[in-house]
Design a protein around this ligand. Structure first.
Ligand code: PAN
Ligand code: ZN
Length: 193
C-alpha cells in the first residue's frame, strides 16, 4: 500500500494528535486482575469503572518497514496504593523494539524480558526511552494530579501479546508510600520456568 508523506500536530496541553485513526479507551474492568489490592479494586468497581488510559494511534499496514505511532495518555489515580497504569505487553513479534518520548507528567516505564530481567526507567517531559526487542513494557502514571503523556513509535508488524502479562503480571509494581512512588516486588509474579 502506497502512502503519501503526511504531517500532523501534537500540541500542549492535551497532546491529542490532530489526526488519528484509532482511539482506545481502557477502563479498570478491562484489567482488573492486574492490580494487587483486590479489596480496593472491588470497592472502586462497586462504585464506577474509571477510565485509566487512552491511546490515539496512527495505524499503519502490519509490515516491518512501516512505523505505527501515536499518543498514550495515562490518567492520574490509584487502586489501593498502586498507580494507574497500562495493561502492558510483549510484542507478538518479540524481536521488535519501541521508542517512547515523554511529553507531559511524571511516571515510570516498567520493563522485563521473558527470562525475568527487570528494569524500571523514569518518564518526565523531554525524556526519550528505548524499549529494546524482547522487553515487555508498561507505563505507570506516578503523579496524582496530571496525565502522563508519551509519544510512541514501533514497527508496523510488531503486534501485541497481552496474555503473558495477564497471567503473571510484571516482576515490579509501582506503589505510593508516604506520598512518594516506590518500586516493590510483585508478590504474585512467577519466575520463568
Ligand atoms: C503502546 C501501548 C499503549 C497502551 O502503544 O499500546 O501505551 O498500552 P497497552 O497496549 O499495554 O494497553 C505500545 O507499547 N504499543 O506497542
Ligand atoms: Zn509496545
Amino acid at each position: 500500500m502506497k502512502t503519501d508523506p503526511f504531517a500532523f500536530d501534537i500540541i500542549a496541553p492535551d497532546f491529542i494528535p490532530s489526526q488519528y485513526d484509532n482511539h482506545i479507551e481502557r477502563r479498570l474492568s478491562a484489567m482488573a486482575g492486574q492490580y494487587a489490592d483486590s479489596t480496593a479494586l472491588a470497592a472502586v468497581l462497586a462504585e464506577s469503572d474509571p477510565l485509566l488510559y487512552q491511546v490515539y494511534e496512527l495505524r499503519r499496514p502490519p509490515v516491518a518497514g512501516e512505523l505505527l505511532h501515536g499518543i498514550s495518555i495515562v490518567h492520574p489515580g490509584k487502586i489501593g496504593d498502586e498507580y494507574f497504569m497500562t495493561k502492558g505487553h510483549f510484542h507478538q513479534v518479540i524481536d521488535t523494539a519501541e521508542l517512547y518520548y515523554c511529553l507531559k507528567g511524571r511516571g515510570f516505564m516498567v520493563m522485563e524480558t521473558p527470562e525475568g530481567e527487570s528494569r524500571v526507567e523514569s518518564l518526565r517531559p523531554g525524556r526519550a526511552l528505548y524499549v529494546p526487542p524482547r522487553w515487555a513494557h508498561r507505563s505507570v502514571n506516578a503523579s496524582l494530579d496530571q496525565d502522563l503523556v508519551t509519544f510512541f513509535i514501533y514497527p508496523g508488524n510488531a503486534g501485541h501479546d497481552y496474555g503473558t502479562i495477564e497471567q503473571q503480571g510484571f516482576r515490579k509494581l509501582v506503589v505510593e508510600r508516604d506520598g512518594n512512588p516506590v518500586i516493590i516486588d510483585n508478590p504474585r509474579w512467577l519466575p520463568p520456568k
